[in-house]
Design a protein around this ligand. Sequence first.
Ligand SMILES: [Zn+2]
Length: 453
Amino acid sequence: MELFAEQALLPDGWHRNVRINVSSDGCFESIIPDARMSASSERKAIVVPSQLSLHSHAFQRGMAGLAESRQNPADTFWTWRRLMYQLAHRISPEQMQDIASYLYMEMLTAGYTQVAEFHYLHHAPGGATYGQVAEMSLRVGEAAQSVGIGLTLLPTLYERGGFDGRPLQEAQERFATTPELIGRIISETRSAWGEMPLLSVGLGLHSLRAVDLRTTSDLLSAQTGSVHIHVAEQQKEVEECVASVGARPVEYLLAQTDVDERWCLVHATHLSASEVAAMARSGAVAGLCPITEANLGDGLFPLVPYVNDGGRFGIGSDSNVLISPWEELRTLEYGQRLFTQTRCAALPVATLGSTGGWLYRQVLDGGRQACGLESWGLLAGARADLCVLDEDLLPLPYLQDDAVLDAAIFGSRQPPVKDVLCGGQWRVRDGRHVNHDAVTAAFRRTVRTLLDL
Ligand SMILES: [Zn+2]
């Protein structure tokens, strides 16, 4: 396959007249700027690297918009969690696959071609293991494979109900795992997927409240892929952590474990100044989920000091209440502007230029690192993933270079995405997934039954 882009964002910046060749193994064979168009080329106006959602709970897509009515005067994250648990309690493996397929199709249509699925729903209702212990994980892989998105599955350890070691509640029994069981799920999944080019496996630790770090050293040392953990998302969690171990969550995590580039600290919303600096120094990625964090009222991540300390970050769709990498970046930047009462707030102090362009590139690299991928973007040898933008959905015509990304992030009402290539195959054409109708019909049937609509 050969494409010809009038303008394309390459690792060293924007170029004109770029010839893009895709080899039969689904990777880029060559990317040549200032080239001539050949007779076999398909012409595209604007081509950018596709994005990565570094944090997702696929099943939560089944409750998008259902948790927005106030149930008591002090509605919080914790009341949202009760509703989420009701859904987690009921969902079957088939329903999981239908919902994940639909969600991943939405991700592709919005411009994501890789997702890290933070997966802790392992067992049957009641807590019994399935005949195949990795059943739910394999269903998530089936979903990704069927719609054609890259997946980093993170089988997630969930051991206890709180910092004090209290047992899991009934609603959490489908999550209950030991390090040994997670090790088994990881190895079953790895051997089932073999060399499938879109599917890979890392490790999730649910949170410091649900995992005792002292139990994880064997699991961590056996693990070569990425390691993700929810941390410091809620003030209550910070207070409980301080009361229990005498340190704040990120402070404690960094002291107890060798946190490095393999790690993704999801949310990390509530940080002291010294935690900001230490986390940036660790080389870990901050997994920011701006739409979900706003939706749940988590608080604002201290992005300004963090980027000035050289911290890395990426974006995740998390609760999947709304799928758009463009809106994640807009929400991220607007939160910082409102908080700091400045404009172009996310840029490090000495950096001038496009906010959208800078943010887009930062989260490409943070997402790549957090998903455990070696290369990403428009370069020879990388998996052939890209997004063709739809000029008609941008707010102005004739845009060039980073002005395209600024307009796409801050001025477009919907993801300005026309075509999406993942693993060398077109998954989205003219704004529609190639298998849209069948995936949508299955999702609608499943949601009707699951939610009793
Ligand atoms: Zn999460």
